[in-house]
Ligand binder design. Sequence first.
Ligand SMILES: Cc1ncc(COP(=O)(O)O)c(C=O)c1O
Length: 428
Amino acid sequence: MNNRRSFFRKSAAIGFGAFGLNSLYNELHAESFSEAEKLWNDNGADNEDYWSVIQDAYTASKSDIIILNNGGVSPSPIAVQEALEKYNKAAAQGPSYYMWRIIDKGREPLRQRLARLGGCDAEEIAINRNATEALNTIIFGLPLEKGDEIIGTIQDYPNMIQAWKQREMRDGLVYKQLSFDFPIENDEQIVKAFADAVTPKTKIIHVTHIINWVGQIMPVKKICDMAHSKGIEVVVDGAHTFGLLDYKIPDLDCDYFGTSLHKFLSAPVGSGMMWIKKEKIEKIWPLLCNSQPKSKDIRKFETLGTRSFCIEQAIGEAINFQEGIGSKRKQERVHYLKKYWAEKALQIPGVKIHTSLKPEYSCAIAGVSIDGMKPEELDSKLMKDHQIHTVGINWENIHCVRVTPHVYTKISDLNKLVGALEKIAKKA
Ligand SMILES: Cc1ncc(COP(=O)(O)O)c(C=O)c1O
């Protein structure tokens, strides 16, 4: 009898842990965060005492190498790591019971909390594994016909470009790609380029909210306003903005939105989310089908087959952590970190920054290059000689090394980056 009671208590803790009083965030970080709160002041982006508490919540801040490719995938704070471990251990006792019948009971509360973070209705949120899955579901699910036109850019993410090209090949759609020379500090120029490409056959505009290669923030709301005035729908790739920029999904005024949660939200690798405006859910075909493909229920997109509900549930602790900091603070801090190193790097002879440093046009990401050196060479020197991990970018008209700090990045690490660039530029 006692054993059974403790079994049910344990099960409840496993399934609903992230949003209860016994959350790992509460256990591991809440106290230090509330102490740090006393150090906060209005101009907090450079408040190193406050941010050192956040840094300590990540094991990545103590890594042997300096991680500056958070645009690729971000590490998780300790609470998220431990949540994943806890759920995995529980599931290992018998996944068909613990994972499917206990842990999965946390899915609806998780949907609610993701919706709160996104400022939208929970009935518009589907939980999945990454932005590629979310956006491919939308791209392949849209009921488009031969001759219908889509406008995207050559600077969009390859997985989405390929999805549109496959639809073009298979269904006879016409996929047009614009090209931009970033950085651009003029929203109207970008909106006009999209508007000029519109024809009576244009049905969809595909926009990447932050261009992953070089960090440009695209004027999504203005593009949506223009598109809607012509009866065109907009698909937004928010892989680099959800959990980084301080916005709510409805602020964008788009129709479809997909993101990864393992980037700036710091949820476990393999977590993502799709948002579809409520009245449009019915017409989107699920990519992985179920018995109700024409349903208005967003859950029709979650028939993804057997997958890790442990990863999914650990997203809850990432949300707790995000809310413990606050989206506005996070955006301002990460922008500050980017500006900190990039402004110093700009003083080095031969160094070029490829990204606007204004907060309206970029946040975490900036591209850097050294005259006469290929991006892959600079990437490799930073790693080999300075143990700094970045990523060399050679994509269409963009050639630079992409540097992406996160909230756990220390100023001392950015000083090391600037020192390394100085040394490398001197020898170039
Ligand atoms: C702009 C953009 N969209 C989509 C993706 C795909 O994300 P995922 O690999 O998590 O599906 C990425 C990945 O870096 C990206 O940069």
